[in-house]
Design a protein around this ligand. Structure first.
Ligand SMILES: Nc1ncnc2c1ncn2[C@@H]1O[C@H](COP(=O)(O)OP(=O)(O)OP(=O)(O)O)[C@@H](O)[C@H]1O
Ligand SMILES: [Mg+2]
Length: 419
């Protein structure tokens, strides 16, 4: 029977997935990927004599040829960076483990350290996929993997620190006294997230199906530039004439495309559906699944369907916290894009490139319009970490604690696991 879970589902029996990835590594990136994988699994250095602590890999973009280095860290390095994983430095907790804010003395930078739950091989698979994917894929709208640690049975990932946390924190976890995101900030985030997805779908070769697009996986830098995170569930897309890959249903309940949830057939259009869900969350300020609402409003997509059919009702979809502060024409277009992405029939959903094109017009604020709202108190304090002296002060601690509690108490989406 399907089991409902908070947060992303772990993989259970997708034994083929790492194999497919290694194949991917061999075809597109030659030997380096397999040596990353080997080291990530065993915690040992690769045999090809690469310098310890550095992995050189080719960028996925054809013809780019950049060498990308993902560092390896010891558990000790990361314990030092997070002051022994102090609870004050906890940024949040997801389906795969906890995320802490850390500071790397050597490179003088703040980082986010994700410590995967140590429950055997399952987490290892996501760890491998994440290291491989993020080592090979590079785009301004994808989170940057600084390195990883595979020390004994410890598995940790080290990412660039995203000052403003997740879109979920700003859109869905906000208390009434905090400033909501402005319309244009929402459209800018939607545009950036769509560009990240476009890179995965149309620039990566073979294409990558992200599979876990949701508001908690869209992270924001100090200027609200979005980056997609969490590639542990990503999957290589179909090659040649095939239009889908088969897989066990994974992802987060509510964000999963209906045909994928039903059949396990995964296409690029499954990601387009999830994008539509996030876009509708941004327009409405509502969670895709919210059990605190009246029955007929608990599922955002079902609630929105009748309004999609009648342009005069589009206003009813809008987040009341925007206080009517949005351009009507842009609203009509944004709702139309969301509705197209959310179509039941996968083949008639748009390509993500079309979505990028549409959003590029909606995310440009007209000259002379009022500035977006000031960054809220929590964000200001997060922002100040970047410029302050690089120590874990008590201010840092309270800021992080505030954020983590909001993240953990959130009525997060649920995951459905089916065999
Ligand atoms: N690189 C980062 N910089 C800043 N904060 C981060 C970073 N990565 C994660 N976080 C914070 O940690 C929280 C937990 O992240 P995590 O990815 O573990 O869980 P999730 O996205 O909430 O759920 P899931 O496990 O389903 O992806 C995020 O919501 C975000 O607030
Ligand atoms: Mg996440």
């Amino acid at each position: 029977m399907a089991e409902l879970r908070r947060r992303s589902m772990r993989s259970g029996d997708e034994a083929a997935e790492p194999k497919a990835l290694f194949g991917f590594g061999r075809s597109a990136f030659k030997k380096e990927s397999t040596s990353v994988a080997a080291r990530a699994v065993t915690g040992k250095s690769p045999e090809n004599g690469q310098q310890k602590g550095q992995l050189a890999m080719n960028n996925v973009e054809p013809g780019n040829g950049n060498n990308i280095a993902a560092q390896t860290f010891t558990f000790r390095d990361l314990a030092a960076a997070t002051k022994n994983f102090r609870s004050e430095f906890l940024l949040g907790e997801g389906g795969f483990g906890r995320v802490y804010k850390g500071f790397l003395e050597k490179s003088n930078q703040f980082v986010a350290v994700k410590q995967l739950d140590r429950n055997g091989l399952q987490g290892n698979k996501e760890f491998l996929v994440e290291v491989l994917m993020l080592s090979l894929l590079h785009h301004p709208n994808l989170v940057n993997l600084i390195g990883y640690c595979a020390d004994g049975d410890q598995r940790l990932l080290v990412y660039e620190y995203m000052t403003l946390g997740s879109l979920e924190d700003h859109l869905l976890n906000i208390s009434p006294d905090r400033q909501p995101l402005s319309w244009y900030t929402r459209m800018k985030i939607a545009f950036g997230a769509a560009k990240g997805l476009e890179y995965l779908h149309e620039k990566a070769n073979p294409p990558v199906i992200y599979r876990d697009l949701k508001s908690s996986n869209i992270l924001l830098d100090q200027d609200f530039n979005p980056k997609l995170s969490d590639f542990g569930l990503a999957k290589l897309g179909p090659i040649g004439d095939k239009i889908h890959v088969s897989s066990r249903v994974m992802g987060t309940y509510g964000y999963c495309a209906p045909e994928y949830a039903r059949t396990g057939q995964l296409t690029l259009k499954s990601d387009v559906y999830s994008f539509g869900v996030v876009l509708l969350e941004m327009i409405s300020g509502r969670r895709v699944i919210d059990t605190t609402k009246p029955i007929n409003e608990q599922n955002l997509i079902a609630w929105a369907q009748p309004m999609f059919k009648d342009q005069k009702r589009f206003r009813e979809l809008v987040d009341p916290r925007l206080h009517q502060n949005f351009p009507q024409k842009a609203l009509n277009q944004a709702v139309a894009v969301a509705a197209m992405c959310l179509q039941e029939e996968a083949t008639v959903r748009p390509l993500i490139a079309d979505v990028v094109m549409a959003l590029s017009f909606l995310s440009t604020e007209p000259v002379g319009s009022p500035a977006p709202p000031a960054v809220v108190v929590m964000d200001e304090s997060r922002r100040s970490h970047c410029s302050r002296s690089p120590s874990h002060s008590s201010d840092d601690a309270s800021d992080i604690h505030h954020n983590s509690s909001s993240s953990r108490s959130s009525n997060a989406s649920y995951q459905e696991e089916s065999d």
